[in-house]
Design a protein around this ligand. Structure first.
Ligand code: SF4
Ligand code: SF4
Length: 368
C-alpha cells in the first residue's frame, strides 16, 4: 500500500480508501472493508445519509475488532446542525449509529459561502462544538469539510485554519476543482478525492474513447486512478466499492505509483481533452435527489441523460434513447409525474439543472 500525509493532521492515509455510498448490502460492506484492511487501506468516509442511513452502522460493525487499523470519518450537514450544541448532538447520534466510541475525523458539508464559513467558525458555531467534542475524546484528530460550493467558500474554509482536510469531487473528466486542490495542498490542508471514477463512468468497459486509460485487461478505472495518484496534492481517493474484487482491482493502480509525475498527468489531460466526451459537471449517481414527492425517479433519469451526453448520440434520437432506457416502464407516464417543482434540484451537490433536463426530455417525447 502507498501512504500519504493527510495535510498537517499528522496521519498517513492509504492513497486509495473507502467511500461508503454504494455498499449493496451489509455482507458486501464487511467483505469490502476486511479485504481493504488486509491490503492496508486505512481511511473510510461515512455519512448518516448513505444507503438509506444504513451504511454507517454497517461500516461500524465491519471495523469492530479492527478499530485501530482505520481512520473512521463521520460527517454532517452544517445547515442541519449550525450551532455548537446542535452539532454535538449530531456527533453523539452518529457515534451511536456506528457503535464506535470516537471518530478519527469529522467532515462538515454545506459550507456553501464565505459567510457560512464565518458563521461556522464564529463563537457558538459548529467548529466550537466539534472542537469541544475533540477535547472530550469523541473525535480524535479533527475537522474537515466536504466541498460542493463556489471557490471563495473553499478558500475561506482553508484560510480559516480550523479545517485539516477537504473532500473534493474531482476526476480526469471533471477537473474543475484542480486549482482548489492546489490551493489546499499548498496550505497544509489534506485533500481527499470523492467521485474519483466519475460516479462509475470511468469504469465503463465498452467506452472506446477512454481506451487511453486502459492497461491490458484493466479498464479505464486504471488510468483514471493513476491520474489522481500522480497529483501529490492529493492524499487519498475514496472509492465507492460495491464488491471486494473491486478493492483488489483498485490496488493494482498503485504499482509504481510513486514514479508517476507531472508530465504523465499532463499527457493524460491532453489525451482527455482530445476526446469528445461529456464536459463539466454531470450526474455522479449519488442519489441525493431520489426522493421525489410525485414518485418520479430523478436519479435514474439523470443517469440516462448523462449517458446520452457521454455516448454522443444524435440529439434527434433523444426520444428513442429515453424509451430504450425505460424498457419496463412508460417513460411518458413517468415524466408526466414530474411537476417541475425543483425540490430534487435543490438537493443536487453537483448543482445540475435537473428541471431543465426534464423539460428537454418532455419536449423530445412531446409531453405538454
Ligand atoms: S422537479 Fe419535483 S416533481 Fe420533478 S422530479 Fe424533481 S422533485 Fe420530482
Ligand atoms: S442528479 Fe445530482 S443529486 Fe441526483 S443522483 Fe445525479 S448528482 Fe446526485
Amino acid at each position: 500500500m502507498l501512504y500519504r500525509k493527510l495535510g498537517r493532521s499528522g496521519v498517513k492515509v492509504s492513497a486509495i480508501s473507502f467511500g461508503s455510498m454504494r455498499f449493496p448490502s451489509e455482507e458486501a460492506c464487511h467483505q469490502i472493508i476486511h479485504r481493504g484492511l488486509d491490503l492496508g487501506m486505512n481511511y473510510i468516509d461515512t455519512s448518516t445519509g448513505y444507503v438509506g442511513g444504513k451504511s454507517q452502522a454497517w461500516a461500524g460493525r465491519a471495523v469492530r475488532g479492527r478499530r485501530s487499523e482505520i481512520y473512521f470519518s463521520g460527517k454532517s450537514n452544517w445547515a442541519q446542525a449550525p450551532t455548537a450544541d446542535a452539532v454535538r448532538k449530531t456527533i453523539e447520534k452518529s457515534l451511536e449509529a456506528t457503535g464506535l466510541d470516537y471518530f478519527d475525523f469529522y467532515q462538515l458539508w454545506g459550507l456553501q459561502s464565505a459567510e457560512v464559513v464565518e458563521r461556522a467558525v464564529a463563537k457558538g458555531g459548529t467548529v466550537e462544538g466539534i472542537e469541544k467534542a475533540r477535547a472530550e475524546g469523541l473525535i480524535k484528530y479533527g475537522l474537515g469539510f466536504t466541498f460542493h460550493g463556489p471557490p471563495e467558500a473553499f478558500q475561506a474554509a482553508v484560510d480559516s485554519g480550523a479545517l485539516l482536510c477537504a473532500t473534493v469531487s474531482y476526476n480526469i473528466i471533471n477537473r474543475k476543482e484542480e486549482p482548489l486542490i492546489a490551493y489546499a495542498g499548498g496550505r497544509g490542508v489534506g485533500v481527499i478525492i470523492m467521485n474519483p471514477l466519475a460516479g462509475g463512468v470511468l469504469g465503463l468497459a465498452g467506452e472506446k474513447s477512454l481506451d487511453f486509460l486502459r492497461d491490458g485487461y484493466r479498464g479505464p478505472w486504471y488510468g483514471a486512478l493513476r491520474f489522481l495518484l500522480a497529483n501529490r496534492n492529493i492524499s487519498t481517493s475514496i472509492i465507492g466499492f460495491t464488491a471486494a474484487e473491486e478493492v483488489d482491482q483498485a490496488v493494482q493502480a498503485l504499482q509504481g505509483a510513486e514514479t508517476l509525475d507531472e508530465p504523465y498527468r499532463q499527457q493524460l489531460i491532453r489525451k482527455m481533452e482530445a476526446v469528445k466526451f461529456i464536459q463539466g459537471d454531470f450526474c455522479t449517481g449519488c442519489g441525493y435527489c431520489k426522493e421525489c414527492p410525485n414518485g418520479f425517479d430523478p436519479q435514474k433519469f439523470m443517469q440516462v441523460m448523462r449517458d446520452f451526453a457521454i455516448y454522443g448520440v444524435d440529439e434527434r434520437d433523444l426520444a428513442h434513447w429515453i424509451r430504450s432506457k425505460y424498457p419496463h416502464q412508460d417513460p411518458v407516464e413517468q415524466l408526466k409525474r414530474c411537476t417541475e417543482c425543483g425540490e430534487c434540484q435543490e438537493k443536487c451537490p453537483q448543482h445540475l439543472e435537473i428541471v431543465e433536463q426534464i423539460q428537454k426530455a418532455k419536449a423530445a417525447l412531446s409531453i405538454d
